[in-house]
Ligand binder design. Structure first.
Ligand SMILES: Cc1cc2nc3c(=O)[nH]c(=O)nc-3n(C[C@H](O)[C@H](O)[C@H](O)COP(=O)(O)OP(=O)(O)OC[C@H]3O[C@@H](n4cnc5c(N)ncnc54)[C@H](O)[C@@H]3O)c2cc1C
Length: 466
């Protein structure tokens, strides 16, 4: 690789282990340099934007579509996540619990089960080598309170009509045989989940949509949106429909402030495990795994036998997107949490540490919105569960934009009444989000210490932040 290419792609490689291990070049594609007119302009080349373009082209191959990306395809959360391609939609319980939306929520959940398969299907058909492996997700109990939480979750999902094929209880021995997390007391297997290499999916999709004649401009930040016109540094785009797919970065767009705010998550990855270490963690299969703590923990065994693991996170005042430094002290706590799972790995070397923003809406649920009069559509707010969800969101956005009357558009996350709700202004927003986070950390600490106060802290958390 030439020195110039190298310097162009270095800033991107260091964003995550996943981007660092992408074969081929990450040097940006050409930026937009002219004024153009198109049918559809998509802002953001993460999974949401790319899947939307993909399905639009599948249904309507002649459409004139552009994607405008501020950096490079996969620069955002899509190139940095934990690689759980899961079927969970954050906050779907709200729709299960409301008799008016219950049937739609069950439909939506089944569509999410299919979305995981669909990602596997398209990537196989298109030869996108994203290391897709649908072994399932393991939620592992290491404390009595975890067992209770997982039992309740299982009963809840079975009460919605799902079965052992979807969510299955595992005995301690069975769980240990699948993943040998320290002090394992049982677990829940969620079969609709695949481990993937996230950046390979994003970069592979970008190449495939380009082959379908979608024009992808990189280093092209959208600075302003006026009606159906988008302004970028060197060219204007006039579009029949604009699709916003900027998730955790949405707050940086004028007129979009306080709709989705960035909450960050942090990850580390180990060197490849040797045979002995692999035996110690007990997993030849690539289950994704975590514990049901208040602060989410998520891990996967990568295709080359490393553990990629994440937890913790932060919210910055004013909804600023944080640029992570791998030497930040808090990464030490992420590493420590992983070693609590697998004490036998105490001498393992960690090779990368990174973080990224996840979009969070005021309702804490994702939504898909379309205003045909304004010619504006957007999706996001997946709150850390966007890998599978962005596929379904992209398919649904394509249906909405093309006016296709499908089962997908008849689900509760499409144009929900609270989809446009805004977050409170600062400093209330910062105080609210960080107080919640502090309580969650406190609740986890108390539970691991077996503190008498643990149930009270948990209850207070549920009462203050239902
Ligand atoms: C550390 C981490 C771990 C995660 N782990 C998981 C997981 O294991 N499973 C899961 O389901 N989800 C996970 N998530 C969440 C998941 O990655 C996201 O929900 C998903 O990738 C969102 O995709 P997206 O396309 O909507 O947004 P993004 O991938 O963030 O893409 C948005 C794009 O918009 C671009 N952009 C921003 N502003 C502009 C502008 N003005 N003009 C042009 N372009 C712009 C950005 O550069 C970016 O490329 C995780 C997230 C993080 C950060």
């Amino acid at each position: 690789m030439s020195g110039q290419q190298n310097s162009l792609e270095q800033p991107y490689r260091k964003q995550s282990f996943w981007l660092d291990t992408i074969p081929g070049s990450l040097a940006p594609r050409a930026a937009l340099e002219d004024d153009i007119e198109v049918d559809i302009a998509i802002v953001g080349a993460g999974y949401t934007g790319l899947w939307t373009a993909w399905y639009l082209q599948q249904h309507h191959p002649g459409l004139n579509i552009v994607i405008l990306e501020a950096e490079i395809a996969g620069f955002g959360a899509s190139g940095r996540n934990g690689g759980w391609c899961a079927s969970y939609i954050t906050g779907i319980e709200h729709w299960f619990d409301d008799p008016e939306t219950r049937a739609g929520a069950v439909r939506l959940q089944r569509q999410m089960f299919d979305a995981v398969k669909e990602v596997g299907h398209v990537t196989q058909q298109e030869s996108i080598d994203c290391h897709f492996d649908q072994s399932g997700a393991l939620e592992v109990a290491v404390l009595p309170v975890h067992l209770k939480r997982l039992r309740e979750e299982l009963e809840y999902m079975h009460a919605q009509g799902f079965t052992d094929t979807d969510y299955r209880w595992l005995s301690p021995d069975e769980t240990r045989g699948m993943i040998n997390i320290d002090k394992v007391g049982g677990g829940l297997l969620m079969s609709h989940c695949a481990a993937i290499h996230p950046a390979r999916l994003a970069r592979g999709l970008a190449e495939r949509v380009e082959k379908q004649q979608v024009r992808l401009y990189e280093k092209t930040p959208v600075l302003e949106i006026t009606g159906r016109q988008l302004r970028t540094p060197h060219g204007k785009v006039t579009a029949q429909t604009i699709v916003l797919a900027t998730e955790g970065y949405t707050n940086t767009l004028p007129d979009q402030q306080r709709r989705l705010v960035p909450v960050h998550s942090m990850m580390v990855v180990t060197e490849p495990l040797n045979t002995e270490q692999l035996k110690a963690i007990g997993s030849p299969d690539r289950y994704t795994f975590g514990t049901p703590d208040h602060i989410v923990t998520y891990g996967q065994l990568t295709n080359d036998n490393r553990i990629a693991f994440g937890c913790r996170g932060s919210y910055c005042y004013g909804s600023r997107v944080h640029d992570f430094d791998p030497l930040e002290a808090e990464f030490g706590l992420v590493r420590k949490t992983l070693l609590r799972f697998f004490p036998d790995l105490k001498d393992i070397r960690f090779t990368h540490a990174w973080g990224g923003p996840m979009g969070v809406s005021r309702s804490l649920r994702p939504s898909i919105n379309h205003d045909p009069v304004k010619g504006l559509a957007w999706a996001g707010g997946y709150f850390g569960n966007g890998v599978g969800a962005a596929n379904l969101a992209g398919r649904t956005l394509a249906d909405l934009v093309l006016g296709r009357d499908t089962q997908r558009v008849d689900t509760p996350w499409v144009n929900p009444p609270d989809g446009h709700d805004k977050w409170e202004p600062e400093p209330v927003r910062w105080l609210g989000i960080n107080t919640r986070r502090q309580f969650m950390q406190l609740a986890d600490k108390a539970e691991y210490r077996g503190s008498f106060f643990a149930p009270f802290i948990s209850k207070t958390l549920d009462t203050l932040f239902p």
